[in-house]
Unconditional design. Structure first.
Ligand SMILES: [Zn+2]
Length: 166
């Protein structure tokens, strides 16, 4: 379980992210949508946003998504990149306060070969970890989980962010 965002876990996302002749991007769609709650979009920042992963590897699995649709880090300008780094730090703090995990995996995949499910739109993963969670993560990792738990998590994350950073 050393790599949580690994290719063998992203088959479902790939199935809708890159179907033939369909170039819509779920991250661009979420950005353009007005119903953040429906999308589990937790918060919008100037250059990026935080959204719960609908296919979580663990409870609280958060994505930091660039507002720009680009596939690689070097295509992000410095302003966006810097804000994403800042938000990774802030949101890992938020998750720490809200969920008290024992650790985190934080990272990104660049390119389909490296395991990116949505490889044209760069996004960082923040995955909280608890001792013993390895045992159930493979079960939920390939399953779309939209539950009241996710709604509660979204609300709790927003409240904690406001408390810490507003
Ligand atoms: Zn996009």
């Amino acid at each position: 379980m050393e790599r949580l965002w690994s290719p063998w876990r992203s088959t479902y996302i790939q199935s809708f992210a890159s179907s033939d002749g369909d170039d819509r991007c779920v991250f661009c769609e979420a950005l353009e949508d007005t119903d953040d709650d429906q999308r589990f979009l937790v918060k919008r920042h100037d250059q990026c946003y935080a959204i719960l992963n609908l296919y979580p590897y663990n409870s609280g699995h958060l994505l930091i998504v660039s507002n720009r649709h680009v596939p690689t880090l070097h295509e992000l300008d410095d302003t966006i990149y810097s804000e994403m780094m800042l938000m990774i730090r802030r949101w890992s703090h938020v998750i720490q306060q809200a969920m008290h995990p024992h650790g985190f995996n934080i990272g990104l995949n660049i390119g389909r070969t490296a395991g990116a499910g949505i490889d044209m739109h760069i996004h960082w993963h923040i995955v909280p970890r608890w001792r013993g969670d390895v045992n159930f993560m493979p079960v939920i990792g390939d399953t779309k989980v939209i539950s009241e738990d996710m709604r509660e998590t979204m609300i709790k994350f927003r409240e904690t962010y406001e408390k810490l950073y507003s």
